[in-house]
Design a protein around this ligand. Structure first.
Ligand code: SF4
Length: 339
């Protein structure tokens, strides 16, 4: 199977900046970005990140606010903070060079089994498997393995099967598997007719491709209603920093309260908070989906008589200098187009 897959990969694969120049720093940054985000979204972020922070030294020294701004839109901001923490450890402990072994990579914040295996194999040619959701799907189909893929025992079985196939180009083999999962062995309607490893595939033989991978039923996402206020006066807008812990920690947001408020309740609420609302109009209403949580957002754009001074007011044009998560993008777009 190794030969068939690599032959297919060698005949042509998608160009990606970190593939075209697989230096360890690039591989590491790209793997972290790709943990929750698709390739076509990652590419422009990756290029901007590398232009701004071309080495581990730059990353270790970047100001937190600037780092958040570079990451803005990618979500899961912990990843960015872990990159910086890891860069500082890499400088202190490894002289600025990423460690080569999977075990050492695993000691860095934000690097788990999959990412350590991917970096060790792609950047350093180590014989390590890199088993993520795509590889679990491909391999449980190849083996017709009906184990629950969220279970450690199934992951272990798949990892062992991948290890046996790694051959002498483990980095390319792992990337070829990822490519196969992304382009051919799709979750729905896998393209078995063009699959380079079809004749190794037990699920194909049985005609049961779409029964794999086996996973438990998804937990229902929690729906939360939120009301967001864009408060403005004299060209200034109010933003506040989110708490140091929890969802979207340390990022900036427009004032936000739990629940939906109608215009009358919103006016009363703002008065209680010490504002004098002169004009209140409806802003966008939309859903923002996190991994297990959905915010149903209603928003109001409010002109107030004056600033409440113990809050953070900025000139509206400066909003782009603050890391405001994508949960608020629709509101940012709305006020941008209002101009
Ligand atoms: S034959 Fe079909 S199910 Fe099997 S690995 Fe290839 S694409 Fe996936």
């Amino acid at each position: 199977m190794n030969r068939d897959l690599l032959q297919w990969f060698d005949q042509g694969h998608r160009s990606m900046p970190w593939r075209d120049d697989p230096n360890p720093y690039y591989v590491w940054i790209s793997e972290i970005m790709l943990q929750q985000t698709r390739v076509h979204v990652v590419i422009p972020y990756f290029k901007r990140f590398i232009e701004t922070l071309p080495t581990v030294h730059h990353l270790a020294a970047i100001d937190d606010e600037k780092l958040m701004l570079l990451w803005q839109g990618l979500g899961y901001y912990n990843r960015a903070m872990n990159l910086k923490k890891s860069a500082q450890i890499i400088l202190e402990k490894y002289g600025g060079h990423l460690p080569k072994s999977k075990d050492e990579l695993l000691t860095l914040p934000g690097i788990g089994e999959y990412t350590a295996g991917a970096i060790a194999s792609i950047a350093f040619g180590q014989k390590e498997a890199a088993v993520d959701g795509n590889v679990l799907r491909v391999f449980t189909r190849l083996l017709a393995d009906s184990g629950d893929i969220t279970k450690v025992a199934t992951k272990k079985r798949v990892t062992e099967a991948v290890m046996k196939e790694l051959g002498d180009r483990p980095g390319d083999f792992n990337q070829a598997l990822m490519e196969l999962g992304a382009l051919v062995c799709l979750p729905k309607n896998p393209k078995c007719e063009i699959c380079p490893v079809a004749h190794h595939c037990k699920a194909k033989e049985q005609g049961t491709q779409e029964s794999f991978p086996v996973k438990p039923k998804k937990k229902e996402a929690v729906h939360e209603n939120k009301t967001v206020f864009v408060l403005r006066t004299n060209g200034q807008t109010m933003i506040s920093k989110r708490p140091e812990e929890g969802l979207l920690k340390n990022l900036w947001q427009f004032p936000l309260v739990d629940g939906h408020m109608n215009r009358k309740d919103a006016t009363l609420y703002l008065r209680e908070e010490g504002y004098d609302p002169l004009r209140i109009k409806k802003g966008p209403s939309y859903k923002h989906i996190f991994s297990h949580r959905i915010w149903n957002i209603h928003s109001y754009i409010v002109d107030v008589a004056e600033m409440v001074t113990n809050h953070h007011w900025i000139v509206q044009d400066e909003l782009s200098e603050y890391a405001i998560p994508s949960a608020f993008s629709k509101i940012l777009e709305y006020i941008e187009h209002e101009k």
